[in-house]
Structure formats: C-alpha cells, structure tokens
Design a protein around this ligand. Sequence first.
Ligand code: KIV
Ligand code: ZN
Length: 387
Amino acid sequence: MVKHIQFFDTTLRDGEQTIGVNFSVEQKVQIAKQLETWGVDCIEACFPVASKEDFDAVSAVANAVKNTCVTGLARARKGDIDACVKATGQAAHKQVHVFIATSPVHRESKLHMTKDQVIEAIKDCVSYAHKFFKIVEFSPEDATRTEPDFLCEAINAAIDSGASVINIADTVGYTNPVEFGQLFDYMQKHIPAFNDVTFSVHCHDDLGMAVANSLAAIEHGATRIEGTINGIGERAGNAALEEVAAAIYVRKDYYDAVDNINMKETKKTSDMISNFAKMPVPHNKAVVGANAFAHESGIHQDGMLKNPNTYEILTPESVGAQKTTLPLGKLSGSHAVMAKLNRMGYKVDRDDMKVIFPVFKDWADHTDIVSESDLKEIMKRSKKVSA
Ligand code: KIV
Ligand code: ZN
C-alpha cells in the first residue's frame, strides 16, 4: 500500500538553534508562508516559553498560515505547555510537541531523574497537554541511546496518556540506517498501539547520516519526517527536508510513498532560508547546490548532450532551479565546446574543432572556467593558427 509521508519542518525552532542564526518575527512569518507553499504538513514555529520574541513568533505564524498545522515546543512542564496553548491560540490547525530525555546519560547527568520519575513526568505532561490539544506529539529525547525496553515503556506511557504522534529523536546523530530500522522493528513488536499512532523521526547529522536514517525509518514504519530546510540546526544540523523530499520523489519505485511537497518550490524555499540565515548553500549540496545541475567533465558533458538521463536523475526544472549548465573547463570535451560555440553563433563542425580544440585546451589549462569572452579570444587565436 502507498504510504503517505508527512513533513514536519523545524527550521524556525531547531534550525534557529544554529550558531549565528536569529530570524526576526517578520522573517519567520515569511518563511512559514513559504513552507506552507512548499507543502509541509506541520511547522514548529518556536519554543514559546523561551522568550517573548519566541512566543510572539509562534503567535504570528499561527495567525499567518491557514492550511498547515502549527506547533510550539514544550519541555515536560506545565508552564511550557501553557505557553504553547496561548501562543497557538489563533492557529487554524494546531498541535503541541512535548519532550523529555529518556537515555541513561540524560536521565542521570542532566535530569537527575530515575526511570520511574521520567515515566511519571510523561504521564503527567502528556495527559495535561491532551486537555488542550487534540494532537499531542511526544518526543523521547536521545531515543536512540535509550535502552530499547525502557524506550518502549516511555512510548507506551505517552500513548496511554493521549499522545497520537511519537517522534523518535536521534538527538546526537548516533544511529545508522540499519540499526535505526532494527529499532523500529523492535518498537513494532513492543508497542501494541504502534499502528494506531503516527511515528515520526527527528534525525541530527553529526555523522552525516540524518537523511539516510530518516529514509530508513520510512521503510520501517515511520510516516512523518522532521527536519529543516538546507539541514540547518543544532551542531551539524538536522535532516535536510529537501533531500528527503527529493529521494521520495526520485525513488518512488523504491519507497512507494507520496507526500504533499510541491517540488517546484524547493529552490525558492532553500534560497530564502540561506538568505535569512546568512548561510550560503555549499556548491556541491544535494538538490539545491549551485553545482547540483552542472557538469564539468568531457565524458559527462558528452553524455548530457546526447541524453540528459545519462547523468541527471532529477531535472533542475523539477525543483525550480535554473537549467542545467555545462561549464567549460580543462576537463571538457570537444563535443561540449563545439555545442557552446554554435549556441554563441559560430558555425563550427568537427573538422573546425580539430584546430579550435587544442587552442581551447591550452587556454583551459590556465583558468578555472572558460567564459564566453575567453571563447571569443580562443576563436580569434584559432583563426590565426589555421591561417
Ligand atoms: O534533537 C532533539 O532531540 C530535539 C527534540 C526537542 C525533539 O530537538
Ligand atoms: Zn533536534
């Protein structure tokens, strides 16, 4: 059966935990509207109890979006939940996101709580939150370093207390795709209501596996993915949602999943986050990087000119990016140089290239990218060579 995958965007909350990133309330509203256009199902607008600015941001986003669910984040404390109730008051669709750490290191060193105390806190806060919100999302923080039997005990307590979304947080990016799949298989066996609630994942990228872990979870029963645009977030960041969306889109055959994402809005969404966060997107970044649709080597350029399917599994148009480029450099082949010269208005054929191409190669050896004005000069020099 085709799975429906929900996208939960935390760019405005976990994304803002990136060092040096501080979105204004106005920017948050603009981002939230763009996320709605992109098609996310839920926006985590901030942590309302943290400051007046955070509270205002959640209320402003709650007022601004119409079809997308809005959530605030709350620790397992009634005051945090009360702040979420007030801040999301005007939202057309809302939920709350309550979390508490469950792993031994967090229980013992950070919370100073026993397992029983953690279970009591979950019961107390989830049932309290459920009085105000139909949808209560519960996250066991550092779930992937929690004893699996205790993790299931915590999740069962949350579900019995009214949680309908369970978000498995790989808080420190510790797991890997195979192990994460096995954890899901274990939870399917030990959580009787597994199929009655939504299982979500929140993966960090400390070992560069956040997207792969999120996709593995989809194969093992998760139907909601949390992440951020461009993968921004605490430390090494979160799963890049545009990469998860592209994987589901390109590999429909494999994941057998659909979602509400409007892929053509992807580049625009990424550019907005990059500008507001003042974080340039690396050129080689998957899906939205400047080089994602640029081909440099002669063999690749030749393939692209013959059939774009040879080296592109995703078209730039499908993600709203500028069209494919074949920048000319020292590795480019004669086919690509000839095609470019003909596009510039020169009428050159394979015989002409026997003279032009060595001049091009000589030039390209001393520069990074051969520009149009370089090509004009190359044509002048080639004429002298052939004369
Ligand atoms: O990384 C994390 O564990 C979180 C939780 C609040 C879900 O951000
Ligand atoms: Zn996080």
